[in-house]
Design a protein around this ligand. Structure first.
Ligand SMILES: [Fe+2]
Ligand SMILES: [Fe+2]
Length: 363
């Protein structure tokens, strides 16, 4: 059991297993909240919390658990909008793990695990208050017509939610070199193949395609100049969404390699000069990390469909942006993502989540 996520005023607590029964949650000895847990993995979101340290007491049929955390202050000024991101949906993937041996643990469900994790992630982001969704790559597991059809089916479930879709390396891989669709779904959501910019209250959203045809790695070459120009011209702070991460070392020290250190360093130096008030977030690594490069905040946010199974939330204030990373909480999604943590003989379990400071962080 852990405090998985915090953000101004709220937190998400998750657990790997509890038997069926009543749970009572109490924060700082305040009024208890009761809920019935159906058994297995689960989560609870607590709202309306004041900033500062919190002692949490959770009583279940297994006994009492004690956790502590701190609720962050708001970055300052008025809250102007909320934006969500998802990435690495891998719709059309049949299994998971290095040996592809981890298969769906809920075959009776109407959706396969990849679709149900992505679908519940979007539902939960809407409930949280997102007014825009950025899908930052690897929405299709392979470059196949049937995988892009699944991406279309997914986005059509949410016809009223504005979305931005950029490709990842899996969308441009060499499995079946069909033409990448120009758009997906009946709603005709464009697959953005360059740089796209939208101004939202308090934030300029810039999303860019970093893919290289048939390759797993990424590049800034075709998009760097335009991103820097758009960011520099922005009247507000910037949220920049990419698929590939910037490698921190000259050689890739972990899988999968992303954008070379040389290209990443040059871009981040340019961004610090042009628009230091920027947050850059990527996917691709299926893990959660964050670091500062000068004034710029650089984050990686995990996949919807494998442990820990997350989406990113960005709360835009006058005085900054707060990133939080929530686990997809729907029972049949979290049951799958808990099950999927055994990948790489269990090593995935410790590698992917990052720390709470990696996930929940302010620009
Ligand atoms: Fe991926
Ligand atoms: Fe990727």
């Amino acid at each position: 059991m852990q405090v998985w996520a915090v953000e101004p005023g709220a937190m998400q607590i998750t657990w790997g297993f509890l038997p069926r029964g009543q749970l009572t949650v109490r924060v700082n000895r305040d009024h208890p909240i009761s809920l019935v847990h159906e058994g297995g993995p689960g989560s609870v979101a607590l709202e309306s919390l004041s900033p500062g340290p919190k002692e949490i007491e959770i009583t279940s049929v297994r006994g009492t658990f004690r956790l502590s955390t701190s609720i962050p202050e708001r970055p300052g000024g008025e809250e102007l909008c909320r934006i969500a991101t998802i990435s690495d949906l891998h719709l059309g993937s049949g299994n998971w793990g290095a040996l592809r041996t981890i298969r769906d643990n809920d075959p009776g469900h109407r959706d396969h695990y990849d679709m149900r994790c992505a679908s519940y992630a979007i539902n939960e982001a809407i409930d949280w208050g997102a007014s825009l969704l950025i899908i930052k790559g690897d929405s299709a597991h392979h470059r196949r017509e049937r995988d892009f059809a699944l991406v279309g089916q997914l986005v059509d479930r949410f016809p009223r939610l504005p979305m931005i879709l950029i490709p990842g390396n899996h969308d441009v891989d060499r499995t079946h070199p069909i033409d990448i669709p120009l758009s997906v779904g009946k709603r005709g959501l464009r697959m953005e193949r360059g740089v796209v910019t939208h101004d939202f209250p308090g934030v300029r959203v810039i999303a860019a395609d970093t893919t290289i045809e048939f390759k797993g790695t990424g590049t800034m070459k075709h998009v760097e100049e335009q991103i820097l120009t758009e960011a520099a011209d922005s009247p507000t702070q910037n949220l920049i969404a990419l698929h590939h991460q910037f490698q921190e070392h000259p050689v890739a020290t972990y899988w999968p390699p992303g954008i070379s250190r040389r290209e990443g360093k040059r871009f981040l130096a340019g961004l610090n000069r042009a628009a230091p008030n920027s947050l850059v977030t990527s996917g691709h690594t299926h893990r959660n990390r964050s670091r500062r490069s000068g004034s710029v905040l650089v984050t990686e946010v995990g996949s919807t469909k494998d442990w820990p199974g997350v989406w990113g939330g960005y709360r835009v204030f006058d005085g900054g942006i707060y990133q939080t990373v929530r686990r997809v909480a729907a029972p049949s999604a979290i049951a799958w993502t808990e099950y999927s943590r055994r990948a790489l003989l269990g090593l995935w379990s410790g590698w992917s989540p990052g720390t709470i400071e990696d996930r929940c962080v302010a620009l």
